[in-house]
Design a protein around this ligand. Structure first.
Ligand code: RUB
Length: 332
């Protein structure tokens, strides 16, 4: 069936982290869903909705700790359902057209949000600041580049981010941009934290309690920052808020394959280089723990940098609920 390959391919790429980071995951997933709908052979709108629902389930299952992807897919599904209910026409081609233009405006609102976040974020960076970052977040990349463009000359230290070394992606991207960049292993964080002016991270999920779910190691970093009175900022679009946490649902934490921990150290470009080496076999009797994310409690977070400006964690749920309902600046 045409289209299945591309949906399956995007799902596979997300699962294998070829598409990585909450924003890119959400954007790719919604684009895959809409293009799957475009090429579907469904000849009535309810059948089309059914096809989209199944595709969305498949995409969602790839990474359980990604409310931004779920919110984006839900938005496309809600739009389709509302259109189907309010339009008499049986033919699906006008629905497909409407869905495409809805997706276009959805994605451009996401781009608009990131521009605002980079402006608000850059304003928080002092001249010549030493900044510690973790993992690879497209949002923090934009803030750091904007601060650099404004002549603030940030010095950025990237934690390598075991097991998959996303910190190396950040280090490469920042140094190619011209930013003074250092790289160190995750366990060096405690030795260098007192030289930092701030810690800056991205987010995968934001909860109703104001807690942050982000790459494993973020919680430790936030505790270190607190201990040394270093400001801890998290940059995130409000669309990363998980509305179900308001009803007491805990954000699920993705557990990944043991091979990522006990294998060869590799990631992306390094992967090609190391192809000829086979991974080390895991000795019998060792149970490898590989949680992909952890939860940082609200009291450890100085503020969230969002498209609505700087938000203290205690205010997050209130603002997020209003924003998702369209009560602030229209629904994203
Ligand atoms: C990526 C990660 C990033 C957030 C934010 O984890 O934890 O900090 O997703 O990224 P993984 P962005 O590599 O497992 O996807 O700011 O790009 O949304």
């Amino acid at each position: 069936m045409p289209g299945t390959t591309s949906l399956k391919q995007v799902a596979k790429d997300i699962k294998e982290l070829k598409i990585q980071g909450a924003r890119k995951i959400a954007k790719s997933a919604v684009a895959a869903l809409v293009s799957h709908a475009q090429i579907s052979k469904a000849d009535d709108k309810h059948e089309l909705y059914e096809i989209m629902l199944n595709a969305a389930k498949e995409l969602e299952a790839t990474r359980p700790t990604e409310p931004m992807m779920r919110n984006a897919l839900d938005d496309a599904l809600r739009f389709t359902l509302a259109w189907a209910r309010t339009h008499e026409a049986k033919d699906v081609s006008s629905l497909k057209k409407a869905l495409l233009s809805h997706q276009f405006s959805f994605l451009s609102q996401m781009d608009d949000a990131i521009l605002k976040i980079s402006k608000y974020g850059a304003a928080e960076i002092p001249q010549g600041a030493n900044i510690l970052i973790h993992c690879h977040s497209s949002t923090t990349m934009q803030i750091l580049k904007k601060a650099y463009d404004e002549g603030k000359n940030p010095n950025v230290t990237c934690l390598e981010t075991r097991p998959l070394y996303q910190g190396r992606l950040s280090a490469r991207e920042l140094s190619e941009y011209g930013i003074a960049t250092s790289l160190c292993v995750d366990s060096a964080a405690g030795s260098i934290i007192n030289k930092m002016d701030l810690v800056l991270t991205g987010a995968d999920a934001l909860s109703a309690e104001g807690d942050l779910v982000n790459k494993i190691g973020t919680f430790t970093l936030a505790q270190l920052a607190k201990l040394h009175s270093v400001r801890f900022l998290c940059a995130a679009e409000i669309f990363k808020y998980d509305p179900l946490t308001r009803f007491g649902k805990a954000e699920p934490i993705e557990q990944r394959d043991a091979k990522e921990v006990w294998g060869r150290g590799r990631y992306r470009k390094e992967e090609q280089f190391l192809k000829k080496y086979s991974p080390l076999p895991l000795p019998k009797g060792i149970h490898v723990l590989n949680p992909a994310f952890d939860r940082t409690p609200a009291p450890l977070i100085s503020a969230y940098i969002t498209e609505e400006g700087l938000i203290p964690p205690a205010q997050l749920a209130l603002i997020a609920e209003k924003k998702l309902k369209g009560e602030i600046n229209g629904k994203i």
